[in-house]
Design a protein around this ligand. Structure first.
Ligand code: GCU
Length: 705
């Protein structure tokens, strides 16, 4: 277990995440930091002030290697002063006045000022939440060995709701979780509070996450019973000091009187009604009462996340009602308390269209503008399901009158679970920078999500968490980088994937230059490598059914839109799903000129080629290779990258701590075997359809051995 031990953390078990606070190794920097920070002044007294004071002391004592005193307000020379506008008095910090006006409740500024003849470092914000983020921002500056001379950092989040979505079940299992059991120990709550809850909140706050949905979207209605709400209240009480609001996934049939004793049984409720029809007055009253009960316990409760009429989950459609009817009923109950509904668009009713990727769009676009102002429609980044690579979900561009919340997946459901090292920030950046042309050029997905394009009243981003009760939180040490990168991008999507990697590496492994550059180089290409050895050139959903780990291109039974053959459509002519205007015409869901570009086999970006087109095996790719040769080339590039990562990691033997070294090496060795299996299985399967000799030997390790 090591749980209590873990709070102090040993040097290398991974528990401390990126908040290690080991003493600064660069001597010149250490000298500068010690000279400039001799004491801390934090006049605020709120629970958040106490939390950030504890963090700053812990962090600075560790980084500077000495105990720093907390001094009363008024002492400023060589001091770190942490103040809101109210505490400091605007007149005394004219340097901040204009800046503070633009920072909102969560932004912060860090500057070195001349006060009374001496120099003072000041973290300033409008509210204590801003100071909290400022404190973590300041610690990050030291952890990454930034100079404090004339330091000038101004930062505020681009998106309002920056949430983690935990797919945690009440029985302690985690859907698509690969890092142990749920962090939430429901059977011990509310009496026993694991110290881990605080460490979770610290980690989230350090990267700007300000909300958490505690339970699985395949929601057990019992989460809304008084028994569970008391437990939720206990967690909310801990998270509040760290600026984190609690949200819950709600089961749409909760008002119904029926048991929900097993996790697999998705229908049934906790109430006494015989319907959950959203237009039924008794149902509406039930939700109002339930919501009032929640806010009585948790005054800052965030709201509900809802998966309805999807994959067997109950929803308004059972009563002939629309998603808007369902969402608005809940929104009406939450509105007086300031709560929101995050209504998921992950629906794919086969009756709507033969092509699964078109279905959410067809269901939701007609409802655009019908949702109450406190509803966000939460859509996954792509139109299918968190594949290694997809084009952006076109719904984002088409829903002009509805706040669209972006759902990303941090847990690697389709990208090698917690075994493969895949740094996801480059993937998220590809989505965020994706040009939708929704309002002409300059309509990136990021501009829709952060509201700069259409100015919706609410903005949000959610990441499906990769966290469990494994001692190192994420199963794979490098999966911590994805939790970290998610938070940083949710705060500021303009950050580069490289610079986020740089921060994480410095905070996790220290500043050794060889270690740093080697790890950075491993991380930066790891996503493209995974795409290459799993699903290159736009292939998708050819994983083992249900498990979604290894390859299963041959899978051809059961529900049609869960079969691999439905997606890759390999035949003697070629490979790929024809979604062009001569096929399912999914391209028409994108705005011009994207739609024309995707529609044309020669203009379609090759990374999406087999997503949108059924292409002949002898089709000439831009490289000059045929499709088949290109496929072989990509699979080999993917396996080759993993080979190289193993070599790079080996070169760090002795330079990183031995526990981390062995942990990562073991995972990389398995990844190398898996990548070879992917290559071998997929090329072996596809070659059945073609007559050509293979350009390279097919073997599990990709090297002909
Ligand atoms: C995927 C995933 C499920 C999950 C679903 C969702 O289908 O495999 O486990 O419940 O997405 O996002 O609702």
């Amino acid at each position: 277990m090591g749980l209590l031990l873990a709070s102090t953390g040993s040097a290398d078990d991974g528990y401390r995440l990126w908040l290690k606070y080991d003493r600064v190794t660069d001597r010149a920097r250490l000298k500068q930091y010690r000279a400039k920070i001799r004491a801390i002044v934090i006049p605020g007294k709120s629970a958040t002030d106490v939390a950030l004071k504890t963090e700053l002391q812990r962090g600075l004592n560790g980084l500077l290697g000495r105990e720093l005193p907390i001094k009363p307000a008024g002492q400023t020379r060589n001091t770190l002063v942490v103040v809101t506008r109210r505490e400091f008095g605007e007149a005394k910090i004219p340097e901040f006045t204009g800046v503070l006006d633009s920072l909102g409740p969560e932004g912060y500024a860090i500057r070195e000022l001349k006060i009374g003849g001496g120099k003072t470092l000041v973290i300033a914000a409008n509210e204590d939440r801003g100071l909290l983020y400022g404190a973590f921002g300041f610690l990050r500056a030291l952890q990454t060995h930034r100079s404090l001379d004339r330091i000038d950092i101004v930062s505020k989040p681009k998106v309002r709701f920056r949430l983690l979505n935990h797919w945690d079940n009440l029985d302690g299992t985690v859907e698509r979780g690969y890092a142990g059991k749920s962090l939430w120990r429901w059977s011990e709550l509310p009496w026993t509070l694991s110290p881990r809850y605080v460490d979770y909140a610290r980690a989230c706050a350090s990267i700007g996450i300000n909300g958490t949905v505690l339970n699985n979207v395949n929601a057990n209605p019992r989460i809304l019973t008084a028994e569970y709400l008391a437990r939720v209240e206990a967690l909310a009480g801990i998270f509040r000091s760290y600026g984190i609001r609690v949200f819950l996934s709600a089961n749409f049939s909760s008002p119904i009187a029926a048991g929900f004793e097993q996790e697999g049984n998705r229908k049934g409720g906790i109430g006494n009604l015989n319907t959950s029809d959203p237009l039924d007055p008794a149902v509406r009253a039930w939700w109002k009462e339930k919501v009032a009960e929640i806010y009585h316990l948790i005054p800052d409760f965030g709201g509900f996340l809802v998966k309805a009429s999807s994959e067997g989950m109950p929803g308004p459609q059972e009563y002939g009602r629309s998603h808007a009817d369902g969402a608005n009923m809940l929104a009406e109950a939450l509105q007086p308390f300031g709560g929101v509904v995050m209504w998921r668009s992950f629906v794919y009713d086969a009756a709507n269209d033969a092509d699964r990727v078109k279905r959410a769009f067809k269901e939701f676009v007609p409802l655009d503008g019908q949702f109450m102002p406190n509803v966000l429609v939460q859509a996954k980044n792509g139109p299918l399901d968190f594949q290694p690579r997809e084009p952006v979900q076109p719904l984002f561009g088409a829903m002009t009158g509805t706040p669209m919340m972006l759902e990303l997946q941090i847990t690697q459901e389709y990208l090698g679970h917690s075994t493969h090292m895949v740094y996801l920030a480059p993937m998220w950046k590809e989505y965020l920078q994706f040009e939708t042309y929704a309002c002409g050029p300059g309509s990136s997905l990021a501009s829709i999500v952060d509201g700069s394009l259409r100015k919706p009243a609410l903005t949000g981003i959610a990441g499906v968490a990769n966290i469990g009760d494994d001692l190192n939180w994420c199963g794979h040490l490098f999966a911590q980088a994805n939790w970290y990168a998610y938070g940083r991008l949710a705060w500021d999507h303009s950050l580069a994937a490289e610079s986020i990697a740089d921060e994480w590496i410095a905070m996790t492994f220290g500043r050794g230059s060889k270690v740093h550059s080697t790890i950075r180089s491993m991380m930066m290409g790891s996503w493209e490598a995974c795409v290459n050895y799993m699903t290159p050139l736009g292939l998708h959903h050819i994983m083992q059914e249900g498990f979604h780990y290894g390859p299963a291109p041959q899978h051809d039974t059961g529900r049609e839109d869960w079969r691999s053959t439905y997606y890759h459509r390999a035949d003697s002519i070629g490979l790929g799903y024809n979604r062009s205007s001569s096929g399912s015409n999914a391209v028409a869901q994108y705005a011009s000129p994207l739609r024309e570009q995707f529609d044309s086999v020669s203009h379609c970006p090759e990374k999406y080629l087999l997503w949108f087109h059924h292409v002949g095996w002898d089709y000439r790719m831009r490289s000059g290779r045929t499709l088949w040769e290109e496929l072989c080339h990509k699979y080999s590039a993917g396996t080759g990258y993993v080979d190289a990562m193993l070599g790079q990691w080996e070169s760090l033997r002795g330079a990183v701590d031995s526990e981390s070294f062995v942990h990562v090496k073991t995972k990389l060795e398995k990844q190398r075997v898996d990548a070879g299996i992917w290559r071998h299985t997929c090329l072996g399967y596809f070659r059945r359809y073609i007559k050509h000799p293979l350009p390279q030997p097919l073997s599990p390790n990709g090297r002909g051995e």
